[in-house]
Structure formats: structure tokens, C-alpha cells
Design a protein around this ligand. Sequence first.
Ligand code: MN
Length: 699
Amino acid sequence: MNLTKQTKLTLVYIGLAFLFSVAIRMIWIYQFNGYEPFIFNNQFMINTNDGYYFAEGARDILSGVSQSNDRSPLTSATSILTAFFVKLLPFSFESVILYMPVFLSSLIVIPIILIAKNLQNLEMGFIAALVGSVAWSYYNRTMVGYYDTDMLNVVLPTFLLWSIIWAVNTNEDKYLLITALDILVYRWWYPASYSLEFAFIGMIVLYTLLWDRKNLYNYKLLALMLFAMMNLDGSIRLVMVLGVFYIFKQEKFNKYIYYILGLSIAAFLLTGGLSPIWAKLQGYIFARGSSALGENMALHFYSVVQTVREAGKIPFETFANRISGHPITFVLSLVGYVWLVLKHRVMLFALPLLGLGFLAYEGGLRFTVYAVPVMALSIAFLFTQSVEYLSDKKSVQRVLLTLLSLLVLLPNIYHIYGYRVPTVFKQDEVKVLEQLKSIASREDYVISWWDYGYPIRYYADVKTLVDGGKHSGGVNFPVSFILTNPQEVAAKMARLDVEYTQKRFLAKGNFASSNIAQMSKDYGYDDSNDFLTSLEMEIRLPQKTRDIYLYLPYRMMDIYPTVKVFSNLDLNSGVEYKRPLFYVTRNFKNNNGMVHLGNNISLNLKDSSISIGRSKQPLRRFTSTQYDQKGKLQVQEKLMNFNAQISVIYMKNYNTFLVVDEQTYNSTYIQMMALERYDEKLFEQVLLTPHVKVYKLKI
Ligand code: MN
């Protein structure tokens, strides 16, 4: 092959930038080298919860397992691609999911450099690739172990931008096809890519109307993009795109282009191409409309949104840092973008990416990544243009460019060095799940809070009631109820909710909108609160179809109040009950029998009282736990005052103090996790470790 000098240089720049991007992502590996708690199966574990969702899908694709209603994403692009890599490459599953983000996200350097190549400025492309590949928020969402769709979510639209720019600039046929194929891949990878594609279409329409109305090529491009975006199955769209491309290749069909464009618009609209936009609008308008409705029973569940901090405006500095690494870089990049557009009109096509990135300023940090490649190109353009004013000598320009690039890279690399994200689970927790996998069957349920749903399913190969994608107020309610109520009602609810979850799958829509509403109805209650109270008496439980396990991790200690809030309300009115007392601390000081627990709370061991703020109350009991030499948990409970409300638990080996009211003290979580006390009629021990306690339901 005879490569031109230009092409060779492009390849060298791409290679170098790619290596740079990969090398920077290895800093985390180097920092935690050999750190056992992060390692499982001789490899680091991933650090994003949602990743375990795709890992579950890939695992099942590889083993050929398909279970109905287990929520394993067998058809998701991420899972399919992962399974493909595991088959193809000589690395372990654990290694593939750990490093996939590193290598896939580093592909961003290719479209960045190719865009610059089109603008006849390869040096700009190289600098932009270095900056863009490691910019703050792009790094955060594509670092090693950040195994999620993010690893290609910016790469694919940047490729789309590249092919649109090349298409418009060269009018070569092949870019028609590449653009359409990119849309197909992007949609396959990330179905929500729709809005961005739509914005690109809008830009091309504007561009054509303003400056290039007579050019048939633009209409071909639009038609192909619309066919690629129809609301039909991917394989049908692929066939359409290839067929229409074949027609466009032949000049004799040129006179039909407007008809074909018309056809593409009609096909796009008729297949419901606009429906995602309608759905979004309706979502905005009716967002606070209905809550979970039973047949004739309107239950008010707690909304997850209420627990997430209101997504307020983020400070400008955070916003700028996340896009460019530093506010000065950010402002200079903006100047660079304006200059870039004045010099190269095609860079207007970058507006959708930029716009989506800037939406973050109003609506949440996660969008900032989209602005990264464009802003990187902009700052690089500013630099390469400015140095030409400063000196005529190529060598002086090079030195200046190197210095400026380093200045821009430095804050980003500094951030990366300090960004030591832990893995989702620790080795000791995963060991428990590994053991549980050999005990529980694939159809059994493991009940735990939704934060642990995906990892539990991945490591233990079981089913869960709630997870990172299924945690609305209605499904969280029973789980919250189980974890924070006494064992007797918790056990009943566990059996009820698991069997009702399965029944719901089979009922195919003929079911109340929440399990609680359906249970209330089946047990003859008009009032769900009454039904919950009835659990304290004898009731006939549904037929047992499988085993149920409770997974109680120590780490849930920190979110107990959040767990509780989901079942601590009147279902008819939605009014919250009084919040229970729950205080946990690992930071305390013992001063002559006065234990200061922080937050103005102190425990007086001499007169067995507790002071919270200014109020001093007698202590009901003081309970301490400690592992003996055989590794068995010993619990000492001292009852002080039967009329008092507040108890203190001291978990010596955990260096943890808990201050709780009576209700919390008697909850399934505290009794069975902290004190290892369980009702032998209802539960049996399965795995008890300091990190996690697993019990099996007997009823
Ligand atoms: Mn499964």
C-alpha cells in the first residue's frame, strides 16, 4: 500500500493519542495494584453498579441460559458486544469488562483527529485528541472499570459528526452510507441516542436551506439518515438503508430524489419516528400526574426522586471543570469554537453535541461529557491559530504548542490522579455471593435493598425483587417493609411479595399496579393499611414456589433511614409517619464514662442515660457485640429501663455505635444483621460473615 505522507501522519497521531488515552486510564490500576479487597477471580472488580446489569446479560449469553422474567439483558448491545469479546479474546470475563471502557472510550481519538484532518489541521486534531480523551468528565465516565454504555456514548456521535462533516465537505457517496450506518450502530448501542440524531438532522436541514439548497447530495444524506432513524427493527432499517444507497449511487435515479426524500419523511413519521419526542413532552407535562393506582385503590408510594437531591443548578466552576478541566480552558475553548465556526462553517454541525453538553448546566452533570470532544477541538484550534501569530518559525510554534497543551492537560491529569474510585463491592462480600450461588438455585429470590440488586444477580445468579433499574416506590415498599419491620411480618411479606412478583409476570397485565394493592384485594381489604396490620395475625400465605434468601450487608447501616422511608407512610394519603430514630457513627470519644458520639449526642455510662442535643433521657438498653476467638458473634444485652425508648448498640469489631428507637431495634435488619438474632420458626442461618449475613426463609 502506498500511503501518502498525510495519511501516515494521521495514523501515527491516532496511534499515539490512543496509547496516551489508554496509559492515563492505567493510573488507577497502578494505584490499587495488589489491593486485595478490590480483587475477585484474580482481577479488579468494576466500579459502576449498573455495569453488573450488562455483565449479567453477557454471562447468560455465554452460558446459553435464558430464564423468563429474570431481567437479564440478553438482547442489550453492551451485553452482546461483551460476550463477543469474551469469546474472541484470550482474557477472562472479569478482565474484559474491566478493560472494555478503557479501549472503547479511547477510540474517541479517531473521529477527533479525522475531523481535524478534514479541516487540514492535523496538529489541532492531535492536541484535541489528547485533551478530549482524558478531560475530567469524559474520564470519570469511561475510566477503567466504568463498564457501562458510556464507553461508546460519546464516541459514536463524534463519529457521526465526523461523517456528516466529511459528507458535506466532500459530497462523496461513501459518507452517505457511513453516516446512515453510524446511526444504526449508535441506536443499537444506545436507544436514547434518538434526540441527538434528530438534532443533527435539524442542523443539516438548516445548513441546506441557508447555504446549499441546490445540492442534491444534501437531500440524499437527509433521506438516508431518516431511513436509518425510522421506528422499526434495526435489520429492516439496515436493508432499507442499503437499498436506498444503491439507488442513490446511480445517476439515472437523480430525478427521483425529492420523491425518495418525501418517502423517507413519510416512512419516518408513519412508523412513529416522532413518538419518542411526544413521549418526552408528555413526560414533562404529566410528570407529577398520577401515582401508582390500584384497581379502585389509589395507593401513594414514596417516590425515588424524593430521595435524590434536587438536581439544582451546578456551580459554573464545576461545570467548566468537568468539560475542560479548568474554567480558563473552558472560556478559551468557547472563544476557540466561535473562531473555528467563523473559519470552518461545517463546525456548526457540532452544535447538537455542544448543546447537549451545556444542558448539564441546568439539568444534571451527566451530560457534560457530550461537549468534551468539541471543546477539545476548539481549544486546540485556538492554540494552533494563535501560535502562528506569535512566531513564523515552525520550531518555535511547536514548543509553544507543546507548552500550551501541557497546561491544558495538567488539571485533568491532576484530577485523574486524585480520583480513586472504589469498586462496587469488596472481595469479602463477593465471596459470600459466590457461596450463595452454589446454595441457591437460579429461580430463587434474594431479597436486599435495590442498590445491591445487580451485583447480587451477577455474582449469585439468582433473582431479585428490586435493582438499579427497578426501584419505584411501589416495588421498594415491600422490600423496605421487610428490612425495617419485625421478623414475623417481614417473613410473611417476603413470601407474599416474591410469589406476587411471579404471579404478576404470569398475569400478563391482569394485575393491580402494585403487589401491595393486589394482595390487599385478594385478602379482602379495601384499605391497604389494614392489610399490612393484618400481617401481625395468622394469615394464609400463598403457595411456596421457590426459596427466598435475605441478604443483609453491614454496608446498609449507612442507608437504613433511606431504606425505611419507603415503607414509613400512610398508603392511602401518602403522608409520612414520624421518622424513626437511627444514628450511626464510627467516630466517638470515651471521656470518663461519657461517650461522645458526635452531632451533640453523648452516652453517659454512669447513669445509663443518653443526651441528644439538650434533652437527656434514660437508656432502655445497652447492647454490645463482639466476635470471640472462634469467630462467633457474642451479644450482651443489658436492659436498663423498661419504660425508656432509646437503645444503644456498640458493635466493637466494627468500631460502630448505633443509637436507635424501639421500632428500629426490633427491625429485621438490626436484629438479624447487627445482633444475629433470628426467629428459628421463620428463618435459618445460611452464611454469617462480618460483612454480610444471609438467612433463608422457612415459610
Ligand atoms: Mn438469571
